[in-house]
Design a binder for this molecule. Sequence first.
Ligand code: CP
Length: 306
Amino acid sequence: MPLASRHLLGLRGVPKEDIQQILDSAASFREVLERPIKKVPTLQGKTIVNLFYESSTRTRISFDLAERRLSADVVHFTSDSSSVKKGETLRDTARNLEAMKIDMIVVRHSAAGAAKFLSDVVKANVVNAGDGAHEHPTQALLDMYTLREKFNSLEGLRVCILGDILHSRVARSNIHGLLTMGAKVSVCGPRTLIPRDIGEMGVEVYTDVDEAIRDVDAVNVLRIQHERMERAYFPSIREYHRVFGLTAERLAKAKPHTVVLHPGPINRDVELSADVADGERSLILRQVLNGVAVRMAVLYLIGTGS
Ligand code: CP
């Protein structure tokens, strides 16, 4: 069955069947990634532009690898080395790229709504690789894939998202996706970094980490997004780590099976202790591995209209 939308702009409103289909397709592509020749001809003849207006390591390289593994032709655009520097708008940039007969655009931008804007002005399929503090759907999909791989199902799974919720597109996409898949979601962080109306999304809200993680199956730890902050939201980094950092001591009070996720990049010994990041309960590098397969699945399903 084709997905409900020809773009992936966010996970809000995406039907459960579509998320299920993406995760199931990703499982097939995970097998491809274990082969000696990690390549399939699925998107041969398609041209994809990775339009990145914000810095990225994982998402940009993961999309790049996913596209090449699907045999697409890949073009990279970074705003720093483009005519954006001369004042060219997002709309003009996209329409000029489209004039060169591209089929898909993967976009990362600091403005919330940039991916939706692009989908309104170009005919190409648009995949959101993170737009401001709005959504980062492929990150949430790879987080859900990693949790499903570990626990077999997302139904009834208890997930706590810990950290800077206010500025996090990862939090928003995870909340939409996990709730759709039947998980129970809570958020925890300083009151100043939790949106006032977040409860209306259907999540429980905590400001005490020990209480928040006591009964959960997974903790998804988020970075403090200094780049989106215009003022101080907590007294100091040291204080933040003391009160909200996920340490081995804190994790020891959670259930023995509780796992730890982080979208990266990690600020070690700020939101997450280095020993937890590298410890047995950490699924962080598994998330990165699964990210390539999940992005292959998204590109395949959207790019072929399957
Ligand atoms: N998780 C994530 O989006 O990382 P990058 O900013 O490195 O792409």
